[in-house]
Design a protein around this ligand. Structure first.
Ligand code: ATP
Ligand code: MG
Length: 634
């Protein structure tokens, strides 16, 4: 591809001649057998990409680079929890992955079997994922912060032959034992794996169950040096299952393919992230999330980049740790989440100024709306482009962003960007199912099929749920719904306005909770706010707001709080109208969020309606919900 192609024409080609577009992108990876058909969409909405082709994710992420530059850095592991740093070259990574693969094979794990990975952010977690890809086993990584009930439901859903885990993780210097949680999950679960492979970090007691539990260090010793070839996988063979965050309900087992995913990641690293072989990529996410799958493990490695895997907090030993890592490892591309930036914003910006960030090209942020004040702050402090990107576990890579690798684009604060190549994005009227073509008009953000390569194939073992949930929610047409509200402006930039589940109905008016939140947050006293709809006999629903103050001491008395509440109500009245005015605005010190930093509105709503908040195992800090509970009770 030439240096500067007009993005608009490249994008249009990707939608109008997808076969030609993706055939070209497919050259970014290595195939052991060429494909016959770029896309088979004869059975919509099921898209099959690169039919007839064979490849292997692990080959493309590891072995392929061993052939050219075996001693280049591949995996850079940094733990501020255990004070460990270790860099693995591509050759060393291949050896470690082969050892893990040999151990799994010895346990009878074969192509198509599931392996559940419940691990802290340690190199063995990466080895396990890549080992599965190597032998064609389907991995299902479960975030290490989840407790037994969440883990058990995922074990029963994906029925793994083996589980790979560890004695413990560590968070903020505190050991978090994993083994007892896993044992408890296996007690609850109906399905039982044949073996549990355990990495003993020496952090916590690890009682072993004979006949089932295997000590990884011992097993690895027995298999070190063995050659385990990469299994040729059909492009359409599943590579992994990953459950969605569960922000809005029961998590869905997103099933991903092999060839399409590899191609999509390679193309996204080039076009969106502007990463190049030999450079370093640092994503602060966790392997338990989709960002960890795509942009800690597979994406950077497929592109021949070194990837940083970090175990620890962004503020420990101090709020400069990430920037010191950028300096030390000459990070080119960094990926984080708005929630992390908001945490850093509370600390002195000297932590940023003190580091040499000359290697850094851009900071990418995703996972939740990036509010303008946060974006401006980090952009000014870093002096680097801040690139928002919008996507989902389901899509595996950005739907909306800026393809600066194709042609430099202007950032618009508050917008995650424009549609990326391959995504035929529409804004739809949810009542009529018609496309909304008038700019700046709100509708549901939807994607016309076929979804591009790399997106979910189906819901694991549940094609019916895939079709019904994602493709049949908009009346009269088969189109993929993101379940997010949005608008598109005159120049094709989208603005995400919240989730379709987060709509409340006040006396017949449909209001997005996000809009009310933004209105309240525009007041200078407010740091963060959550709005939910609460059942009301008279009006159907009323809005309830819970806000975190920037300076709680400034509003210490009840009278201060009441006065501020009145002021905030007036702001909403003026900006959105009296219908949107919340019944109450209460003040709390923190909001309930998932471990991935997303606001748990459904739990707040349940508590306000005095219902059981349901599965809270994905929640970060339970005291947040307790505060709301006591306010509601009082
Ligand atoms: P579940 O689907 O189980 O309720 P979830 O939607 O939180 O969970 P994810 O796939 O992790 O699970 O999150 C995707 C969602 O996150 C998007 O649909 C959108 O609501 C939000 N999101 C992600 N990135 C952005 C962004 N850049 N701007 C605004 N919202 C974003
Ligand atoms: Mg979702």
């Amino acid at each position: 591809m030439s240096v500067s192609k007009n993005f608009e024409s490249v994008y249009r080609a990707s939608i109008e001649q997808p076969e030609a577009f993706w055939r070209e992108q497919a050259d970014l990876i290595e195939w052991s057998k060429p494909f016959d058909t770029v896309c088979d969409y004869s059975n919509p909405p099921f898209a099959k990409w690169f039919v007839g082709g064979e490849t292997n994710l692990c080959h493309n992420a590891v072995d392929r680079h061993v052939a050219h530059r075996p001693d280049d850095a591949a995996l850079i592991f940094v733990s501020t929890e255990t004070d460990t740093e270790r860099t693995y070259s591509f050759r060393e990574l291949r050896d470690e992955v082969q050892t893990m693969a040999a151990v799994l094979k010895a346990q009878g794990v074969a192509k198509g079997d599931r392996v559940l990975i419940y691990m802290p952010m340690i190199p063995e977690a990466a080895f396990a994922m890549l080992a599965c890809a190597r032998i064609g086993a389907i991995h299902s990584v479960v975030f290490g912060g989840f407790a037994s009930v969440s883990l058990a439901s995922r074990i029963d859903d994906c029925t793994p032959k083996a589980i790979v885990s560890a004695d413990a993780g560590s968070r903020g210097g505190k050991v978090v034992p994993y083994k007892p949680l896993l044992d408890e999950a296996l007690r609850i679960a109906k399905h039982q794996p044949t073996s549990v492979v355990l990495v003993n970090r020496g952090l916590s007691d690890m009682p072993m169950r004979t006949g089932r539990d295997i000590d990884y260090a011992q097993a690895a010793e027995a298999h070190r040096g063995e050659t385990v070839p990469c299994e040729p996988m059909a492009a359409t063979d599943p590579s992994y299952i990953l459950y969605t965050s569960g922000t809005t309900g029961k998590p869905k087992g997103v099933q991903r393919d092999t060839g399409g995913y590899a191609v999509a990641l390679a193309a996204s690293i080039k076009h969106i992230f502007m990463g190049q072989a030999g450079e370093t990529y640092f994503s602060t996410s966790d392997i338990g999330w989709v960002v960890g799958h795509s942009y800690i493990i597979y994406g950077p490695l497929i592109a021949g980049m070194a990837t940083v895997m970090y175990e620890g907090l962004p503020i420990r030993p101090d709020a400069g740790i990430w920037w010191q890592m950028v300096e030390k490892y000459r990070v080119s591309v960094m990926f984080s989440a708005p929630t992390a930036v908001r945490v850093l914003k509370k600390y002195d910006s000297k932590f940023i100024k003190d580091a040499d960030l000359s290697s850094l090209k851009a900071l990418f942020l995703a996972g939740e709306p990036l509010d303008e004040p946060t974006a401006r702050w980090i952009s000014e402090e870093l002096g680097k482009p801040i690139i928002d990107n919008y996507w989902q576990t389901e899509t595996g890579w950005p739907i909306l962003s800026l393809a600066n690798g194709i042609e430099p684009q202007t950032t618009k604060f508050g917008s995650p960007g424009i549609a990326m190549c391959g995504y035929n994005v529409k804004v739809i009227d949810e009542g009529t199912g018609q496309d909304i073509t008038t700019p700046n008009t709100k509708g549901v953000v939807a994607i016309e099929g076929p979804l591009p390569p790399g997106c979910m194939q189906t819901v694991w073992q549940d094609d019916a749920r895939f079709v019904k949930t994602y493709w049949e929610s908009i009346p009269g047409r088969l189109i993929y719904s993101t379940f997010d509200w949005g608008i598109r402006d005159e120049s094709g930039y989208y603005f995400i306005l919240g989730r379709t589940d987060d709509v409340i109905n006040v006396a017949g008016h449909r209001l997005g909770t996000r809009e009310i939140e933004e209105s309240i947050a525009s007041h200078k006293a407010i740091m963060e706010v959550a709005v939910v709809g609460v059942e009301d006999k008279l009006k159907g629903q009323v809005a309830m707001a819970f806000a975190v103050l920037k300076d709680a001491a400034a509003y210490a008395t009840d009278a201060d709080k009441l006065k501020l509440e009145g002021e905030l109500m007036k702001v909403v009245d003026e900006q959105l109208g009296a219908v949107a005015r919340p019944a109450r605005i209460r003040f709390v010190s923190l909001l309930p969020k998932t471990r991935s930093g997303k606001l748990l509105r459904r739990a707040i709503q349940a508590v306000c309606e005095q219902r059981d908040p349901g599965d809270l195992t994905t929640m970060d800090d339970p005291s947040a919900l307790a505060q709301i509970k006591s306010l509601v009770a009082g």
